[in-house]
Design a protein. Sequence first.
Length: 347
Amino acid sequence: MKRVFSAVFAAVFLLLPLVACSSSGGKDKVDTIKIGVTLYRKDDTFVASLCNDLEKIAKQMEAKSGKKIVVNVVDGQSSQALQNDQVDSFISRHYDVICVNEVDRTSAAVIVNKVKAADIPVIFFNREPVEEDIRLWDRAYYVGADAAQSGQLQGEIIAKAYAKDPASIDRNGDGKIQYVMLEGEQEHQDALLRTEYSIKAVTGAGIKVEKLADEIANWQRAQGTAKMNQWLTKYGDRIEVVFCNNDDMALGAIDAIKESKRKVKPIVVGIDATEGGVNAIKDGSMFGTVYNDARGQAKAIFDLSYAFATGEDPAKTVKLQGGHYVWVPYRMVTIQNADDILSILQN
């Protein structure tokens, strides 16, 4: 009997560490939520703002829920190969949700197949993948805004100003608007739609236009400055409106205009309503922009992530369209509501 008791005691003693590890692992899974975020480029002003909002929302929920919430943001550095490796790293470390701001929106299938095999939900955001890739898996989602709407609203800013006072836009009085266009990335869906619909909104209002030039500036302020300098040298005072696919490029164009010290300055419009962009509206150097609700998108991303991590139904947490999409609307921004938008951005 003593030998039997000793054997049983020894077996139980050996199992205790295993039981303890198992319990600890289960507790970590319940009490800790890990959200991996990979960005196409961390220095993009709008994307950086969205991530800041995401981290703030996570901290607020952490305090409210008592759960530890880890938001790990990494930089894809404009390399799809690097971004794929970052997704692999999140998978190997058993993250609850992976959020992807894709370098190449046409390559989402690779990431979807990776996370599907690992049974980890994926949320794409800001740079919309091809729909066929999103629908490869029922736990793949997209959070963003309708790029066509942003272009439409940008064009309406100019169309409304023209309707109110044609001479304020048509500086040379020839009955049409001479414009240049700073575009985002080559073949990027948002850039294409913003470019197309901004001009459609103007011509749809019965206003004639003449395109002087358009160039890719990759969403970047410095490239916007370089392109605008070239156009000012070539076209001078003929440029009446500068349409820009985002505020960073618009601010770059404004930098060039200020440096040129021209008496007649073209009107500049952007998209995103970054803090720098809205301040430029307030000081009169930018005519208008379109509010891209970073905080609204960040909240949708977090709400989806939290629902997945806690086993809730995402459809009860956010308003899904087509089963996979969360669309956050844009708003027009001019001097009339710049203070209101700035207050939102700063709080």
